[in-house]
Design a protein around this ligand. Structure first.
Ligand SMILES: [Zn+2]
Length: 408
């Protein structure tokens, strides 16, 4: 397949306009329209006006302009018995890459502006993988996947990369748990954007998962969701008003470090009795050390699904413990939905049932109009799909963490 680079979303920003000028206003309005279409999919001009708050006349003018730039396409459709112009993002207006670096695996997805995942690869990583070699593998893998598509780096508008939450809240950097300390010193966005010559944005994995589920999965149609990522460790991604809420240092949603046992074990963060010391992968497998001394998290999940009573008990108790902490966050933020993802969510209601019960024990969260607790729909792809979307967003708004090829 040959990817034909056309005028892209980058085309919206070809000439940097002066703030407050007519071009600046038009650019801001163009971005609102592109974001609305990206959020909701194909929309009529009337629907775009409703979604953006712009007048229909303004929408009409800007859509014509965006069609001219090749950013959007229009086609005639029928809505409520009337002919209407349906506006979509132009196909093939560039590619974006989502990269998720986990404690033990690496996942890369290349997607186009229609949010079709075009090519994906997953590789295992050693337990203490190093930043330099892992980022080398990421760069090679991206080039490989693009070659498979008949494309190259010049077709890529941006890369979104996610790391697990930091081991110790209080530091500025996000870094993979279990990885060598060298990750602490690595500016991942800078290193990767220099190596690839494309803009790179870095996001915490749960926030990326929240965006993925909001745009394409269980959170579609909602504006305020919590995405609880139950993996080797637990953390949460927060979306408020349709936008990721990251906090001052990108550490929002670190529910894994909420105290659940005042006399419990010391966590990797240095605090005592964090949720992660009770429901992290090591803690869960440790509970089974008498009957299954060398069990892994993956085995634990598989055995629970096969009906093993001990493993089911471990998962259910983890769901209850996570739910009790998430209830606090839900009371504070009043989300429409709590979406549960990560490896443990593969056990479905074994985990989510007790998690939901724990939330519903907080009376304001229960009953009609209460918070909806559901499984993620994208499975292990929530994060990379969210990252592709975030990379396109950053390309459209110029909000990249590092210098891109235009500047280098
Ligand atoms: Zn902790």
């Amino acid at each position: 397949m040959v990817i034909v680079p056309t005028a892209t979303i980058r085309g919206v920003r070809t000439t940097p306009p002066q703030l407050g000028s007519q071009p600046a206003l038009r650019e801001a309005n163009s971005q609102r329209i592109v974001t609305a279409i990206r959020h909701h999919g194909a929309l009529t001009q009337v629907e775009i006006a409703a979604a953006t708050g712009l007048s229909q006349a303004t929408v009409s003018t800007i859509v014509k302009h965006l069609v001219g730039q090749g950013v959007v396409d229009t086609r005639t459709t029928v809505r409520t018995g009337r002919r209407a112009q349906l506006v979509t993002l132009a196909q093939r207006s560039g590619l974006a890459v989502g990269v998720q670096i986990g404690s033990r695996s690496l996942r890369v997805l290349v997607g186009d502006s229609g949010y079709e995942g075009l090519s994906e690869r997953v590789l295992p990583l050693p337990r203490d993988h190093r930043a330099d070699t892992t980022l080398d593998r990421v760069a090679l893998l991206i080039v490989d996947l693009l070659e498979d598509l008949g494309a190259d780096l010049s077709d890529v508008v941006g890369v979104g990369i996610a790391l697990p939450p930091s081991r110790s809240p209080g530091t500025e950097r996000l870094r993979p748990v279990d990885a060598a300390d060298e990750w602490h010193e690595t500016d991942v966005a800078e290193v990767l954007s220099r190596r690839l010559g494309v803009p790179v944005v870095v996001e915490q994995d749960a926030t990326a998962g929240a965006v993925g589920e909001l745009r394409f999965g269980a959170g579609r149609g909602a504006t305020d969701i919590l995405y609880v990522r139950c993996s080797y460790l637990v953390n949460a991604g927060i979306v408020l008003g349709g936008r990721p809420f990251r906090g001052r240092r990108g550490l929002s949603g670190e529910v894994g470090h909420v105290e659940v046992d005042p006399s419990g074990a010391i966590c990797t963060c240095g605090s005592r009795g964090c949720l992660n010391t009770v429901v992290g992968a090591d803690a869960l497998t440790d509970l089974l050390r008498i009957s299954r001394p060398r069990i892994t998290l993956r085995d634990l999940i598989a055995l629970a699904l096969e009906g093993d009573a001990g493993c089911r008990q471990v998962i259910a108790d983890a769901g209850a413990a996570i739910g009790a902490v998430v209830a606090g966050l839900a009371l504070a933020l009043d989300p429409e939905k709590v979406v549960v993802g990560g490896e443990l969510a593969q056990t479905g209601e074994l985990l989510i049932g007790p998690l939901r019960d724990a939330l519903s024990r907080r009376v304001p969260l229960a009953g009609v109009g209460g918070v909806d607790v559901v499984a993620g729909e994208l499975g292990s792809e929530s994060e990379v799909q969210g990252l592709v979307a975030l990379a396109f967003d950053a390309a459209a708004t110029g909000a990249t963490a590092s210098a891109g090829k235009e500047q280098t």
